[in-house]
Write a protein of this length. Structure first.
Length: 371
């Protein structure tokens, strides 16, 4: 008999949540493995050599509308209020982003706008495309060509190495346009960040005595097995790319320590222009760390490297559907559950992926829990 009730491949948010739930709620023996030398997956944060906490794999702005989810995570962390403000650098100015009434007034050199005036302005400049077929048409139908070229076109070309007309409307559709002066990056009811960082949160979450953690361990090299498996890695990799590799976008990060307390006016600045990077992040604005120095991260999209973003095209989605059918069969026949951004080839925010992990736990519990 196996020494474990469940093996979980991947110690990111999905793996940590499932490990905690299976150990604490089902009394299972859990083996949690990860190829990286740390927990928390892409949420991993650490102390830079100059003493400032950084987000190693890009900024994670935790937000949720679910009080239940917040209560669950509060078992493992205290919180500080989120400070999620993003600006876009274009035309030699910083504009609030997503677009709101302040952005519109500054961009079009108008005086203060009320909601009705803002809507009338966009109605005047937008292109009348009633059923947008791609991201370019979607943005043109919302804000018109001038703002599309200033805020979206260059950024999208860098981020995806594809023209917006070749991307699904949902890619740019995630970004709202607000007819108020709310400059926050997101609208969610709860916006907060773990007081001691995400790594500390997930370390506490997996500190249960029935959870064994093996880092720098490839799931494919395991000799251990269990009645139930959860896989959170790339779904095409699990099936040895039998239908061909799924397309992903990767990222490269450059961290620059600076001997000043703050450099940027806010946590994130987008660069839709000729710069080789898409954004710079000064995460100290979010962590609220008190330190005389700071660190700025520069984010460079790449075609090669660790998979970060599934590429949202019709062809890639069709290819994923073939892998999804294999995954469903694997779940039914071998009790292997696929969960997370890489395993489901879907963009998730941090709150969304944790809620998805909790739903996967409910499936596992319903099917496998001992009475």
């Amino acid at each position: 008999m196996s020494a474990y009730d469940i093996v979980i491949a991947g110690a990111g948010p999905v793996g940590c949540v499932l490990a905690e739930r299976c150990a604490s709620q089902l009394g299972w023996k859990v083996l949690l493995v990860d190829k990286r030398p740390h927990l928390a997956g892409n949420c991993f944060d650490r102390i830079h050599e100059n003493g400032v906490m950084i987000h190693q794999y890009g900024p994670h702005y935790f937000r949720t509308n679910s009080e239940q989810l917040l209560q669950y995570l509060s078992q493992f962390t205290e919180w500080v209020e989120g400070n999620y403000y993003v600006t876009s650098s274009t035309r030699g100015e910083f504009f609030p982003f997503p677009i709101n009434l302040l952005t519109l007034a500054r961009f079009f050199k108008r005086s203060k706008l009320n909601p009705e005036e803002g809507q009338a302005l966009l109605e005047e400049v937008r292109e009348k495309i009633e059923q947008p077929a791609n991201s370019e048409e979607f943005v043109l139908s919302r804000v018109g060509r001038e703002m599309y070229e200033a805020f979206y076109l260059g950024y999208t070309l860098k981020q995806w190495d594809m023209h917006p007309r070749d991307l699904a409307p949902s890619v740019c559709g995630r970004i709202p346009v607000r007819f108020n002066e709310d400059c926050r990056y997101v609208d969610h009811r709860f916006q907060c960040t773990p007081k001691d960082g995400f790594t500390a949160l997930f370390t506490r979450m997996t500190s249960h005595p029935d959870i064994e953690i093996r880092l720098e361990t490839d799931f494919r090299d395991l000799s251990d097995s269990a009645p139930v498996t959860v896989y959170t890695g790339p779904v095409d990799e699990y099936f040895n790319h039998c239908y061909g590799p799924l397309p992903w976008r990767s990222l490269e990060f450059e961290f620059k320590p600076i001997e000043k307390e703050f450099v940027q006016p806010n946590v994130q600045i987008n660069f839709p222009g000729e710069e080789p990077y898409t954004r710079t992040v000064e995460i100290k604005h979010v962590t609220r760390q008190t330190h005389p120095h700071t660190v700025i991260s520069y984010e460079y999209p790449r075609a090669e490297g660790d998979p970060y973003y599934p590429i949202p095209t019709a062809d890639s989605q069709a290819l994923y559907e073939r892998y999804r059918m294999l995954a469903e069969k694997e779940t039914e026949e071998r009790q292997v559950y696929f969960c997370g951004r890489l395993a489901e080839y879907k963009y998730f925010n941090t709150d969304e992926v944790i809620e998805n992990a909790l739903r996967t736990f409910d499936r596992i519990k319903a099917r496998h829990a001992r009475s």
